[in-house]
Design a binder for this molecule. Structure first.
Ligand code: DAH
Length: 553
């Protein structure tokens, strides 16, 4: 990441290059029934998402808190800032088909293989992605629909094509936009949330069309001018050199790739200038002219990047209020995607960007959790088609608690497991989770972690009792998870830990003791009184134990 670049939410992994794919599966629209992986009657341990049932397997890691989000449909509330931004972007691409109603449940193939992700790509890991089962997951990006929508256009798949809101604009999906919710396991802070929204853009041309454009040198004629309604201009700062590290694909002529890049850049400049100009106007009318400095020019730069599904690839950045803001990833589509879709005579470009980052800037929204608030003091501030500056309502007092635990002696603990556990119990009350201490015992090599959890409600005061109850559940859930891990490991290690004179801290001893009982006797048989006493020492009550009991049964 370049210094000085604003990176709200941009810690998301960049996805690297690899080879091609063969097979194609169609995704069903949101709410439709999934038939493929279901056989016969629904089993009790099936997992249900948006009205459909899926088999669980050892990949299943989508939590109830996450599944609940699949039904929220923020993009369909016309006065929600994300929906307003979506509509503004759709308006900038009138000749593209507009999709905003495709189910987030996709196949592993669609999300990864169809785009050329290598089998060992880190994005596929269960610590990064929410799996429904091995072959089905919650899409991690809108690129998951590239091949599917191109193939639907080629084949004239009327069911999928009918999902476009403006089906006459590009009746065969030669050009399309997809706005959608996407899901990634992630840390917790003001700019990261495990669900966010992206906009994908795909634009293809027949090679004959491109030859004609090149002959006529009329790229500008095929896009709008990049001057906005009030005279703002995107100044290009284009230092891009197409070289070995970011090459033109062997299937493409240099001038074809150059045409696509120019066309893409102009379309995107137009869009960004239009939208940022509206943001400046909103700030001015909210009396924040200083902040925007009445910016009328928006320099744009294109940084070399790598994605498995484009080459050459770039990241677009725009200078907004003195900082380079990362807008999106983009590039010339890998030819094998078009070929797999049956489009052998077409080539194209694509982009994908996160809506939250831009919406936070446009509407002055300081915390990503606010997008999920149903507090009328938030939802009542916005109106369809308008960018207005968010007026903060009083911040509620924050409350901080620490949680510490020993790691299992394998490396199986992943921070994102803790993040999901925290969300599962406390939901949006959690503002942030930060590692504050990690310790490795010099003799035994045992490691412990301490995390500080910040609670703060967006819309009400949280009581200490409420947080304590949450905290109890969390302590015990941590133990519960450790138990799972240790069960697969060596039970003796806990006994050793209890007897280790270094673990003289009463809390640690008691935690380990509870753990021992859980592991050794099984929770149901564990001595309730002993458990109670131990729980009292670690500051939990029996309600929390009942909670584990439910998990265990
Ligand atoms: N899907 C990518 C991500 O989520 C973003 C992206 C990059 C989309 C390049 C594209 C593209 O269509 O061409 O990180």
């Amino acid at each position: 990441m370049l210094s000085g670049v604003r990176t709200l939410g941009s810690a998301r992994a960049q996805w690297v290059l690899r080879s091609s794919v063969t097979q194609y599966k169609v995704l069903l629209p949101r709410g439709a029934r999934m038939q493929s992986s279901m056989s016969g009657a629904q089993r009790s341990d099936d997992i249900r998402v948006l009205g459909s049932s899926y088999n669980r397997d050892k990949w299943t890691n989508a939590t109830p808190a996450i599944l609940e989000k699949t039904g929220r449909d923020l993009l369909h509330h016309p006065s929600h800032p994300l929906a307003i931004l979506k509509e503004l972007i759709f308006k900038e691409f009138p000749t593209f088909a507009h999709y905003d109603n495709i189910s987030p449940v996709v196949s592993t193939y669609q999300n990864f293989d169809s785009l050329g992700f290598s089998k060992d790509h880190p994005g596929r890991s269960v610590t990064d992605t929410y799996y429904i089962n091995q072959n089905t997951l919650l899409r991690t990006h809108t690129s998951a629909h590239q091949l599917q929508l191109l193939a639907a256009g080629k084949k004239g798949d009327s069911e999928l094509l009918a999902l476009a809101r403006n089906s006459s604009a590009s009746p065969r999906n030669e050009r399309f936009l997809v706005a959608a919710d996407v899901y990634r396991r992630d840390e917790i802070d003001a700019s990261h949330y495990p669900v966010f929204h992206q906009m994908e853009g795909v634009c293809t041309f027949s090679r004959a069309e491109i030859r004609k454009h090149i002959r006529d040198r009329d790229i500008a004629a095929s896009t709008k001018s990049s001057t906005s309604e009030n005279g703002s201009v995107a100044k290009l700062l284009d230092t891009t050199v197409i070289g070995d590290a970011n090459p033109v694909q062997p299937e493409h002529l240099e001038e074809e790739a150059a045409f696509l890049a120019d066309h893409m850049k102009q379309m995107m400049n137009n869009m960004v200038v239009q939208i940022l100009t509206k943001a400046v106007a909103a700030q001015k009318s909210a009396g924040d002219a200083d902040m925007a400095g009445s910016q009328t020019e928006f320099p744009v730069r294109w940084i070399d990047a790598f994605f498995p599904f484009t080459s050459p690839s770039w990241e677009m950045e725009v200078l907004f209020q003195g900082e380079w803001l990362e807008i999106c990833g983009c590039g010339v589509m890998k030819q094998n995607i078009l070929e797999d879709a049956g489009m052998t005579d077409r080539i194209g470009w694509a982009f994908g960007f996160g809506l939250e980052r831009l919406a936070m800037l446009l509407f002055g929204i300081p915390d990503i959790r606010l997008f999920w608030s149903s507090d009328p003091r938030f939802t009542g501030q916005f109106a369809p088609g308008q960018i207005t500056t968010f007026k903060p309502f009083s911040r509620h007092p924050a409350c901080t608690k620490d949680v510490s635990f020993w790691l299992p002696e394998s490396s199986e603990f992943h921070e994102n497991d803790l993040m999901d556990m925290v969300r599962e119990i406390a939901g949006d009350l959690v503002e942030g989770v930060k590692l504050i201490d990690s310790f490795t015992h010099p003799k035994t090599g045992k490691a412990s972690r301490c995390y500080r959890i910040n609670y703060c409600s967006m819309d009400r005061n949280v009581t200490n009792e409420e947080i304590n109850a949450i905290q109890e559940q969390r302590q015990l859930n941590v133990l519960f998870q450790m138990k799972e891990l240790i069960r697969r490991q060596n039970k003796m290690s806990i006994i050793e830990a209890i007897n280790d004179p270094e673990n003289s801290d009463a809390q640690d001893k008691m935690r380990l003791y509870i753990l021992y009982m859980l592991v050794n006797k099984g929770l149901k048989q564990a001595n309730r009184d002993e458990c109670k006493a131990a729980l009292r020492v670690v500051g939990c009550n029996l309600t929390a134990l009942e909670h584990i009991n439910q998990i265990d049964s």
